[in-house]
Design a binder for this molecule. Structure first.
Ligand SMILES: [Zn+2]
Length: 195
């Protein structure tokens, strides 16, 4: 059973998961959680790595629903190959959201920014597949005629050169949305000078 890597050009249909980063183990990249006995620390259940809450690293995990040639399937992309699309590393984005996130819908603004930056656009995904699980790109077909439950892990995500979207990142768009929201809040609470 050999593994092949396919570069697959897809259009993003939707976000599969609104959460785009997770607290990550420095040792094995697994998700880490708050310790039950000591909530100031995070621990990895897989390898035992432990660190203080402030030292936690975050990692991107972008889970998308995409389409290609009438096929619809899921793709999840992990890690630093997403930095170029977000314009910041995952820990930086997490801090940004945490610092700006009060009780207001800040994180939904991030979700909107992510949606607007990815949905409807073409990306090339580097997907590892074994030859036995021939996907739509190897002329294979899925048994029940629907690939909507099929999900792949991509090790690469590339923006096709021709689209000319370089420079527009999630974080710059997110900052713009935050600014608009702040202006709106200011406008709606301003009592005005003429009464
Ligand atoms: Zn670990």
């Amino acid at each position: 059973m050999s593994v092949r890597r396919a570069l697959v050009d897809c259009v993003v249909l939707s976000l599969h998961d609104a959460c785009v980063f997770y607290p990550c183990c420095k040792g094995c990249f697994s998700r880490i959680d708050v310790e039950e006995q000591d909530t100031t620390r995070f621990r990895c259940l897989k390898c035992g790595y432990s660190c203080l809450r402030e030292q936690v690293d975050y990692r991107y995990r972008l889970s998308l629903r995409v389409t290609r040639d009438r096929w619809i399937f899921g793709v999840t992309v992990f890690g630093a190959c997403l930095n170029q699309f977000f314009g910041i590393h995952a820990s930086g984005l997490q801090r940004l959201v945490e610092n700006l996130d009060g009780a207001s819908p800040r994180s939904t603004l991030l979700e909107k920014a992510v949606q607007d930056c990815f949905i409807g656009r073409h990306f090339i995904f580097g997907i590892k597949v074994t030859t036995t699980e021939s996907g739509p790109w190897f002329g294979g077909h899925v048994a029940n005629g629907s690939s909507s439950k099929v999900h792949y892990i991509a090790s690469q995500m590339i923006l096709p050169k021709a689209t000319g979207l370089e420079g527009c990142t999630v974080v710059s768009y997110y900052r713009l949305l935050l600014q608009k929201a702040a202006e709106y809040e200011l406008g709606s609470t301003d009592p005005g000078t003429t009464s």
